[in-house]
Design a protein around this ligand. Sequence first.
Ligand code: CTP
Length: 418
Amino acid sequence: MEEQKTAMPQALANDHESLQGKTILLGVSGSIAAYKAAYLASALHKRGCDVHVLMTANACQFINPITFETLTDNKCLVDTFDRNFQYNVEHVSLAKRADLCLLAPASANLIARLAYGMADDMLTTTVLACSCPKLVAPAMNTGMLQNPITQDNLARMERFGFTLIQPAIGYLACGDTGAGKFPEPEVLLEHVYQQLCCPKDLAGVRVLVTAGPTREAVDPVRFLSNRSSGKMGYAVARAASLRGAQVTLVSGPTALEEPPFVQTVQVTSAREMFEAVTSRAGEQDIIIKAAAVADYRPAQVYEEKIKKGPQGDLNAIELERTDDILAWLGAHKTPGQFLCGFSMETQNVEENSRAKLYKKNVDMIAANSLRTQGAGFAGDTNVLTLITRDGARQLEKMSKREAAHCLLDEIQRRRNGG
Ligand code: CTP
C-alpha cells in the first residue's frame, strides 16, 4: 500500500516544536529492530526534517535501503566507495550539515566499533566526522547488552559525548524477556524533540507543574473525583522540559504516560498533592497549578466497603473542604517566584477567574470554559484566556501542546519584565 505522505500534520507557522529543515543522520545497524527505524525515518520526514539514512551492510540483511529511500526522498548510504554520489566527500559533507545524529538501532557491533573510533564503513566514517549532538539507541539481546564489554563500550561512548537512550525492557525477538528492547519510535521522537526543538529559554529554571484530578476516598472501593484527564498539565510539563527547565510534575491519577525528562511524582488525594507540592514549593522558580484538585472530601473514610444495609439507602455523604493548595502557595510565595493557577468555569469565566487571581495571590490565571467548543477536559485542544492584574489575553483554539508553549511564553515575558 502506498504511504500517505500527508497523513501527519505538517509543522504550523507558530509551531514551537517545529523540526522543519533540520538535517538528521539516522544510522541503522544490523538488528531485527531495523524495521522500526523505517517508521522513525518516515515520522521525521513528515515533520519536515531532511533525513539521511546510513546503513551498515548487516542492516541491509534486515531491511532494504529502498524502503528508507522511498520514505525520506534521499539516497540511503551504505557503501563508502559507491561512486554515484552528489558530493565528492559525502561522509564529511553530511557530517558538517547534520543537526543531529541518531544511531537507531545500534547493534553491539556498531557500538564496539564507534567506542574505539573505527571508521570502516560509510556509517562509522560519517559519525566519526560529526560534531553535532549524537544519540545512541542500543537494541540487542539482554545478555549481549549486559555483557561488561558492551557496558564498557557504551560508557566509553558516553564519555566521548554520545547521549545514551536507555533500551526498553520487554519481550525480545530472540524469545527472552529483559532489557535490550528497541524503544518505540514515539520515545525516540521525544529525544529528537528534546535535542532540536524550542529555544532553551528555561534552561536552569525550576518549574513545578500539577496535573490531573485528585481522588477522595469514600471507602476502599469508591471515591469522589472529577473529569480532568491531566492532558493540559502534562503538556505544560513536557513543553517546559523541552525548553530546558528542570521540571517536577505532581500528578493525580491519569491514563497518561509519564513525560520523559520530567521528574514525576504520582499522588492520589488532595492531601497527598498538598504535601508533594508544598514540600517542594520553596525551591521552584515557576509553579503552574493545572490540576483539578477536589474541593471537598468525605469527612469520614469508611475502613470497610459500605454495604446496602437494612436501615435503607445511603443518601448523604458528609463532606469537608480540602486544603486549597494554590492559596497556600500564594501565601508562601518566595521572592521572584511566578505562580500560575488554572480556572475551569461554566459561566462568567473572566470575572470568576479574575477573582481567584486576587483571592489566591497569584500572578496569572489560565482560564478555560467547559462551554467553549474545543476547550475542556478530555480533548487535545484548548481555548485559554490568560488573566493577569493588568489585563486578559485570549488565545485561539489550539492543541494543548501549543497552548502550553503560549502559556510559558507569557510567563517568560512577564518574568523578564516584558
Ligand atoms: N486549587 C488548589 N487546591 C484546591 C482547589 C483548587 O490548588 N483545593 C487550584 C487549582 O489547581 C487551580 C485553581 O486552584 O489552579 C482554581 O481551581 P478552581 O477549582 O477552578 O477554583 P476554586 O478556587 O476551587 O473555586 P471554585 O471551585 O469555587 O470555582
